[in-house]
Design a protein around this ligand. Structure first.
Ligand SMILES: [Zn+2]
Length: 272
């Protein structure tokens, strides 16, 4: 049975509507203000407790099993996670439009491949985003020179509408939401749109991939990114043609007369 407290703690952690973890703080002030704040704070607290209760029930109904060893409790247990060689250093990568690229590990081991494939093909498990983004977060924590992304905004590589409808979620956006909570920066999912269906890139050469992806993305709400520093999020980076094309359209001055984004850095779980 979940207990709902009758009094609220002065500060508590919650998640706002953008999925960003924030501290709700009761302020010092007049009694009326305190009362108004207390009731809204209590409401938010109840919401956060309700979410916890819902997750608890879902865990009971649909227990999670490690994709690698089958142990109950998580899609990737700590023992199997520890077999993944998460990079402890960062090497600067400079591309045409991408200023740098961060990735947790190479896309070589079958475990990471299976996890990422599982994310993309049926049955779709949205929650895997938490396990996959934890690999990126662990990579950040292992670095001696930790990157500071406080003035960056996260933008996920979008899916075309049909694919989004079929899958029910965009895996890059789900990873982005987890990174947004960890880095305490916002995520914009209404800027980059995929406007053209593209055939799978797998069997194409580098040149063909570039041609294939050209004109596939458009920028909406361009005023939101003018002169901004952007972290582009995806699950895997292979030849980089998708990410480069997205970075190109984000940096380009727009028809509305806005300058494009100032700087773009890619973040992915694995690099092929
Ligand atoms: Zn395991």
């Amino acid at each position: 049975m979940l207990e709902v407290p009758t009094s609220i703690p002065k500060d508590f952690l919650g998640i706002n509507s953008n999925g960003v973890q924030i501290i709700y703080r009761a302020s010092e002030g007049s009694e009326d203000e305190d009362e108004a704040l207390a009731s809204s704070t209590l409401l938010l607290y109840h919401k956060s407790m309700r979410r916890k209760a819902k997750n608890f029930i879902l865990d009971l109904l649909y227990p999670k099993f490690c994709f690698n060893c089958g142990r109950e409790g998580s899609y990737l247990c700590e023992d199997c996670k520890s077999t993944l060689e998460i990079l402890q250093s960062h090497q600067k990568y400079i591309f045409k439009n991408l200023k740098d690229l961060y990735f947790a590990l190479p896309y070589q081991k079958s475990l990471i491949k299976n996890l990422i494939q599982q994310f993309k093909y049926q049955p779709f498990i949205k929650e895997l985003a938490r396990n996959l983004s934890s690999l990126i977060i662990t990579h950040f924590q292992l670095l001696d020179n930790k990157p500071n992304f406080f003035d960056y905004t996260l933008i996920p590589i979008p899916l075309e509408k049909k694919k989004l409808k079929w899958r029910g979620f965009n895996q890059a956006e789900e990873i982005g939401k987890e990174l947004s909570k960890f880095l305490k920066i916002s995520l914009l999912n209404n800027v980059l749109a995929k406007i053209k269906e593209t055939p799978p890139q797998v069997e194409l050469s580098d040149e063909e991939r570039k041609e294939n992806i050209k004109g596939a993305f458009a920028v909406r709400n361009e005023e939101l990114i003018k002169n901004k520093k952007i972290l582009l999020v995806d699950d895997v980076y292979t030849t980089g043609s998708t990410m480069e094309e997205c970075a190109r359209v984000l940096k380009r001055p727009t028809e509305g007369g806005y300058p494009g984004a100032k700087e773009i850095i890619g973040i992915v779980v694995a690099r092929g």
